[in-house]
Design a protein around this ligand. Structure first.
Ligand SMILES: [Zn+2]
Length: 469
């Protein structure tokens, strides 16, 4: 057994022991439970001391090199494009760069299948990362890709989502090395601006002839890590609305005393009270919502307030910005009317402006009637992992893909991992990273080998609207 396999065995053993703890507790065999936990702690200690030199793994080297490229949104992505050209050349696969908006490259690696007439599998990731500066408190520089003796790699993008891009690549490379050719074409697509709304990436790409030529039947996109022993599979995203409420009232000297409802602040206070009352109602729903479905509530946060020019002047204008994530069953027309009605009851001279108004995104069908889901679930079972369908509180590029009536799954294989997306000190266990390659090596063929008779020619039958009422 190699040292890595040995470590994996120990971790698996620990998970089994921890799971059995509950059974042992029920039968009141407390001493036995203590024994098991003791064994587990011993194994964990052994695990911790059996350091693996991950820097010798070529997969890790490629991951680290990618993390070391600063791809903060809005910056120069050319070094990342060069990086992917190098990886494509190493596997002798074709690569194309589509630039629909200047400065926003979209990279496509093509892994041809046996039957190019079948719809393809799109493995999507985004190259861009959110900003990170060492002075915010990073233990290691955020673009260092530092590997620590406890087997972690540190850096911006290690979870979101450079790990997944390299896992796709490594899984496809391994299959190729084994002489496995999949039935369907597989495309790795790499987007430039997911973190700021996809205006120059996924949104125009879905409208392009380049995308049409891929004939995509199913898309994989990002998920998030969870500190639990299963991997969530996102089948729908909540969409974003951001509104600015502007309130106008009397401008006067600070010594005067107009009625509250005549002032800009008084008018905005009415709106804020109404929207925060709605927030409280939704918060109640949130507290009892199933952990697998953040779609049952609408979140709303007051994130910006602006007013005033001087300490002794009553301001004639006040504005408030709210960030709203729509529940998946919310009807957009009704909700927009509700917002307008709330604004109108605020004694006039109040306006609402939509800074962002995403269209509701459909859901990907989960269950026996979707052969893509069945293939993923079966492959997961064969791999000994548990995949749980889930609606997350946030959103990804996959929402636009589902809007294009193509089934999409958000999946990042990072079980038992602290959520550090966008956080200071984002890092990832390299063991988890390497396990993720094995997982994709099982799941990608299961999906890419589905036949025409399995899935049909029309991907839209696997997405459905949830907000029609
Ligand atoms: Zn992401």
């Amino acid at each position: 057994m190699s040292s890595t396999n040995c470590k994996r065995f120990l971790v698996a053993k620990c998970v089994v022991l921890i799971k059995h703890r509950y059974i042992i507790c029920q039968s009141n065999k407390v001493n036995k439970m203590k024994y098991h936990i003791g064994v587990c702690m011993f194994l964990a200690a052994l695990h911790a001391t059996s350091a693996v030199d991950y820097s010798t793994y070529p997969e890790v080297t490629r991951f680290r090199e990618y993390v070391q490229i600063n791809t903060t949104t809005g910056g120069d992505l050319e070094p990342a494009v060069i990086f992917w050209k190098k990886l494509a050349a190493a596997q002798n696969v074709s690569i194309s760069v589509v630039e629909l908006v200047e400065g926003c490259p979209i990279v496509i690696l093509s892994w041809p299948g046996n039957d190019p007439t079948l719809s393809s599998v799109m493995l999507n990731s985004h190259m861009d990362v959110v900003p990170a500066v060492e002075s915010d408190g990073w233990t290691y520089p955020p673009f260092s890709g530092q590997i620590t003796s406890d087997g972690n790699i540190w850096g911006r993008g290690t979870q979101d989502m450079k790990s997944v891009a390299i896992q796709y690549y490594e899984a496809m490379s391994r299959l190729k090395a084994k002489g496995v050719t999949l039935e369907r074409n597989v495309y790795m697509t790499l987007m430039p601006d997911e973190e700021v709304g996809a205006e120059c990436g996924m949104i125009p790409f879905l409208q392009s002839k380049e995308f049409a030529s891929l004939n995509v039947g199913v898309e994989f996109d990002e998920g998030t890590p969870y500190p639990v022993p299963f991997i969530p599979l996102f089948y729908q995203d909540k969409v974003v609305w951001q509104i600015q409420v502007d309130c106008y009232g009397v401008a006067a000297h600070g010594s005067t005393f107009p009625p509250t409802n005549a002032t800009a602040t008084g008018k905005c206070q009415n709106v804020i009270n109404t929207l925060l009352k709605f927030r409280d109602e939704q918060y109640e729903i949130y507290t009892t919502a199933p952990e697998t479905d953040a779609g049952v509530y609408t979140s709303i946060n007051l994130n910006k307030i602006n007013a005033g020019t001087a300490n002794n002047v009553i301001p004639s204008h006040m504005s408030a910005v709210f960030d709203i994530r729509l529940g998946t069953k919310v009807n957009e027309t009704s909700f927009a009317k509700q917002l307008s009605d709330w604004i109108e009851t605020s004694d006039g001279n109040v306006t609402i402006t939509y800074l962002l108004k995403n269209q509701q995104s459909p859901a990907t069908l989960i269950g026996d009637s979707n052969p893509y889901w069945v293939a993923i679930a079966q492959a997961a079972q064969d791999l000994g992992i548990t995949v749980v369908p889930l609606v997350p509180p946030g959103s990804t590029d996959a929402r636009f893909v589902r809007l294009a009536r193509i089934p999409a799954f958000g999946f990042s294989p990072m079980p038992m991992t602290e959520l550090l997306l966008h956080a200071v000190n984002e890092h990832l266990s390299l063991e988890t990273f390497l396990n993720g390659i094995d997982i994709y090596e099982g799941i990608i063929p299961a999906v890419a080998n589905l036949s025409l008779s399995d899935v049909g020619a029309e991907p839209s039958v696997y997405v459905y609207d949830t907000n029609s009422s």
